[in-house]
Ligand binder design. Structure first.
Ligand code: FPP
Ligand code: K
Ligand code: ZN
Length: 523
């Protein structure tokens, strides 16, 4: 979907809800007419059902039609008790969302017992969402550290609670929560040696990771493992007990991860949880996130994925008129895919914008990246974005905010808000509201070297074994650019904090934790 070009905007006119179009025959035409009458600037794309329809009625087309029906009134500025701006977009209701999130961090009602093993996730979702809403979460530092300690196992890693088996997902959520509250006491909770040993025991000979001892191997494992290794700066060599260990030392924790990710790309172009399964948005983010840590995305994403097919699949996830993303083919928009799918675009853009050569536009003329200003670097103008930022922001602010006093964010109208959707809807809003630029000092250095070599004549042949993979991408410095004004359909007061495109928490939190462990020799 593209909203580029010149969208037809409704002309301003005085608000007059009593008006009815003399010749509109459907409710949708009625809404479109009424919207015009009220003078809000909403492109037709978001106020009308899709112009092209498949005539075959199925259960799938039925639920899709119902989804469009519940979204259209909200997208057309028809929400109750909501003050819309001149673009037909309501403000972010920070106060209610913040209250909802603090509540979710407290005592939960009995029915949540089923979610007991997800307690680390609740920590991460709430702390991350509160942080994006500019709340100070350092007041949770001591309680998060104590909770995390109770979830840690001597064998390494964190479970969903005391006496629960360590799992990659809960460990990822705990480590990110510790990073979010920050401070030495929080960082010191993680037993890094036990963690390293545990990750080694999950590493598989085919390059991937099991999510727990004896559990399934999937791409969540690969993403969570790379994030954990990078944030805690764990050593990369393998313990001899690892199923992937080789005596010649030719394999480390990251060996084969890229190839594992490659095997997860499907015929559709998207990424599945395991090789030969169905492509899903959540796994696309895991794939790109872990590749972006292995090396600069300009190299790693290009090396392991068919980028044009992936972009085609990712773009197909965005629907009109809803504006939000679906997680997979023939399924419905859902606010959480604002992150899982929306969060893929900054990583794809970093890949395409890279100076490493290849898929994107040609590398810019020789220029020192250290001194280049953002505007002199090649960067697509926001209205040439690979997805409609405007559409996503409209879906989030119009359709994903709980409009009752409950607050919180949700999947779609008619669904209850929850901590998970609050986190990932806001993460998606953050990537839609900001533009990132990734420096590639290594590529610049290589270009310099090549230039130097060309002047000095051919280099002597060197036969050495290929270097073991590292987390070179984790050292990358992302620069934030203010989002261009032209397409800004939200008010500046509705801007949420930028988050690191890979770790999905503020870059400062990532840096502080990694700096803390930089000085460590061994454990
Ligand atoms: C389908 O649910 C959902 C999946 C197949 C994958 C979900 C995985 C994640 C959300 C996160 C994985 C990442 C990490 C880091 C642990 P559904 O059928 O209810 O939804 P759908 O109809 O939208 O596909
Ligand atoms: K869903
Ligand atoms: Zn969802």
């Amino acid at each position: 979907m593209a909203t580029t070009g010149t969208p037809q905007r409704h002309p301003p006119a005085p608000r007059s809800p009593a008006h009815r179009s003399p010749d509109s025959e459907t409710v949708d035409e009625e809404i479109a007419f009424d919207t015009r009458q009220r003078g809000v600037m909403i492109p037709d794309l978001f106020t009308q059902p899709p112009p092209v329809r498949d005539a075959l009625a199925t259960e799938t087309s039925q639920v899709q039609d119902e989804t469009v029906e519940v979204c259209l009134p909200l997208l057309g500025g028809e929400g109750n008790d909501v003050q819309y701006n001149e673009h037909g977009v309501p403000p972010l209701d920070r106060e209610r969302h913040v209250r909802f999130l603090h509540q979710c961090l407290g005592q939960l009602p009995g029915r949540f017992v089923a979610a007991d093993a997800s307690r680390p996730w609740f920590l991460y979702w709430c702390l991350s969402a509160l942080t994006m809403l500019e709340e100070d979460v350092t007041s949770y530092r001591q309680s998060v550290a104590a909770t995390a300690r109770s979830m840690q196992n001597d064998m390494g890693g964190f479970g969903g609670g005391g006496r629960q088996l360590s799992h990659m997902a809960t460990t990822y959520a705990v480590v990110l929560s510790l990073a979010l509250v920050g401070g030495d006491d929080a960082y010191e909770v993680a037993d890094r040696e036990a963690m390293w040993r545990w990750l080694c025991s999950l590493k598989q000979p085919d390059g991937g990771f099991q999510v727990c001892l004896g559990g399934e191997e999937d791409i969540r494992g690969a993403y969570c493992a790379t994030v954990i290794i990078s944030l805690l700066r764990l050593p990369l060599h393998l313990a001899p007990e690892s199923p992937a260990y080789t005596e010649d030392g030719s394999v480390n924790l990251l060996t084969g991860v890229g190839d594992y990710v490659r095997r997860c790309q499907t015929f559709e172009g998207g990424i599945s949880g395991q090789p030969n399964a169905e492509a899903h948005g959540a796994y696309a983010f895991c794939a790109l996130g872990c590749l972006a840590l292995l090396d600069h995305p300009g190299r790693s994403i290009r090396s392991y994925l068919d980028v044009p097919r992936l972009i085609a699949w990712l773009s197909s996830r965005q629907y009109a008129p809803e504006g939000g993303f679906s997680g997979r083919t023939n399924k419905l928009v859902d606010g959480c895919y604002s992150h899982w799918v929306g969060g893929c675009f900054p990583l794809i853009e970093a890949c395409l914008n890279s100076t490493s050569g290849g898929l994107g536009a040609p590398a810019p003329a020789a220029e020192d990246p250290a001194t280049a200003t953002a505007s002199s670097k090649r960067l697509p103008p926001a209205d040439e974005s690979l997805f409609s930022r405007e559409g996503l922001i409209r879906y989030i602010l119009c359709c994903c905010q709980d409009e009752t006093k409950r607050g919180g964010l949700r999947d779609k109208p008619g669904k209850m808000s929850d901590a998970y959707h609050s986190c990932y809807v806001l993460s998606g809003l953050s990537s839609a509201q900001h533009q990132w630029l990734l420096d590639d000092p290594e590529a610049a250095q290589q270009q310099q070297q090549q230039k130097g070599q060309a002047e000095q004549g051919p280099v002597p042949d060197q036969t050495t074994s290929p270097p073991l993979p590292s987390l070179a991408g984790g050292e990358a410095v992302w620069a934030i650019l203010p989002y261009l004004d032209g397409l800004q359909v939200f008010d500046n007061a509705d801007r949420v904090r930028p988050i690191h495109p890979v770790y999905a928490i503020p870059q400062q939190s990532v840096r502080a934790m990694r700096d803390y462990f930089r000085a460590r020799q061994g454990f």
